[in-house]
Design a protein around this ligand. Structure first.
Ligand SMILES: CC(=O)N[C@H]1[C@@H](OP(=O)(O)OP(=O)(O)OC[C@H]2O[C@@H](n3ccc(=O)[nH]c3=O)[C@H](O)[C@@H]2O)O[C@H](CO)[C@H](O)[C@@H]1O
Ligand SMILES: [Mn+2]
Length: 332
């Protein structure tokens, strides 16, 4: 009798060990084969974590069952320990054209304190005023490159042209030295951690002004002649133009699609409601597309300083500063 029990326990333990080793190897392979698999793995992890540490006061999962990154839905230590051995490199693009150069110092200094601390970060500053780029001391593994861009008489053009220049940067530079890219507005600053929890195939931030609204209020482009047209009843979230990112190829695809659509619209005398921010329309059609995993960040990742913090927003990680448009933009 005892012999049978011993044999049973022995077989049971072998099976458990086999499953454990198999899972371990599987995850190991997933992580080391490609970033896309890694994204899937992290996704599953975050999803399970989120189910355990549910935030019931916010929408923490999308209708297509992806997690929405809010404070309390991830474990920063664990996520960092997954990405650290990969020695990932993160490129950041920030445009400081004309008077917007005044925001750069604050942006860079706070990025040093909160943005991917301890990781390789390469900031690309696009400006027409290279001499005014501030000296900011950067930690080891972090660097800054200035790229010269022409100025413009229209802020809409500066803002929208970012897509073309991001595409060019990826082509000319980033494929050699970066894994991920984030494209951020310069008139903003960091207040709290923005790190590995934000990585994904394509990353979008829910706009702080619309996260409590019904979709009928989202300021999508509603003229059907525009390439950025979004029909009534479509789109689950309205995303920010001021912060997006992801792996290089996905952002490349986003930038080239948006640029193409923007130029096509221009030929027909149309400028989409919020210029390239209507790239949001691009995100909404991706949710059922298998080539990309859309990682959705909560408005913690781009709040607006003029807005009081709502109680469900436990922390603000990055926010747009208050500015006087008439003073800083080349046109109104
Ligand atoms: C928080 C957020 O989602 N902001 C978006 C929103 O308005 P914003 O009011 O935030 O737009 P904005 O004035 O900050 O312009 C966007 C960005 O373009 C750059 N810039 C603009 C003008 C200029 O003279 N010099 C210059 O460098 C700069 O990096 C700035 O941060 O709608 C814009 C539509 O075009 C963009 O999609 C912004 O990303
Ligand atoms: Mn802005």
């Amino acid at each position: 009798m005892y012999v049978y029990i011993y044999i049973y326990v022995y077989i049971y333990m072998c099976v458990c060990l086999y499953i454990y080793v198999y899972m371990y190897i599987y995850v190991y392979i997933c992580i080391y084969i490609s970033y896309m698999y890694m994204c899937i793995y992290i996704y599953i992890y975050m999803y399970i974590y989120m189910c355990v540490c549910v935030r019931t006061d916010v929408v923490a999962v999308t209708p297509w069952l992806a997690p929405i990154v809010w404070e309390g839905t991830f474990n920063p230590v664990l996520l960092d320990s997954i990405y650290k051995p990969k020695k990932i490199s993160i490129a950041v693009t920030v445009f400081a054209v004309g008077k917007y150069i005044m925001f750069l110092k604050n942006f860079l200094e706070t990025a040093e304190q909160h943005f991917f601390v301890g990781f390789n970060v390469h900031v690309y500053v696009f400006t027409d005023r290279p001499k005014e780029v501030p000296e900011v001391k950067m930690a080891d593994g972090r660097q800054l490159t200035v790229r010269l861009v022409p100025s413009s008489k229209r802020w809409q053009e500066i803002s929208a042209r970012r897509m073309e220049l991001i595409q060019k940067l990826i082509d000319e530079q980033l494929r050699k030295n970066s894994d991920y890219i984030f494209c951020l507005d310069v008139d903003s600053k960091f207040h709290d951690r923005w790190g590995t929890e934000s990585l994904g195939g394509l990353v979008a931030v829910i706009h702080p002004g619309y996260y409590l609204d019904n979709r009928s209020k989202f300021p999508y482009e509603r003229r059907s002649a525009s390439k950025a047209y979004v029909a009534d009843g479509e789109g689950d979230f309205y995303y920010c133009g001021g912060a997006f990112g992801g792996i290089l190829e996905e952002v490349y695809l986003l930038a080239s699609t948006c640029r193409f659509n923007f130029e096509e619209d221009a030929k027909n005398g149309i400028e989409a409601a919020w210029q390239e921010e209507t790239s949001c329309y691009y995100f909404i059609y991706l949710t059922d597309c298998t080539s990309c995993l859309l990682t959705v960040l909560s408005p913690e990742y781009l709040w607006q300083d003029f807005k009081a913090r709502n109680p469900e927003v436990k922390t603000i990680r990055f926010s747009g500063v208050i500015k006087n448009y008439a003073d800083i933009r080349p046109n109104v």
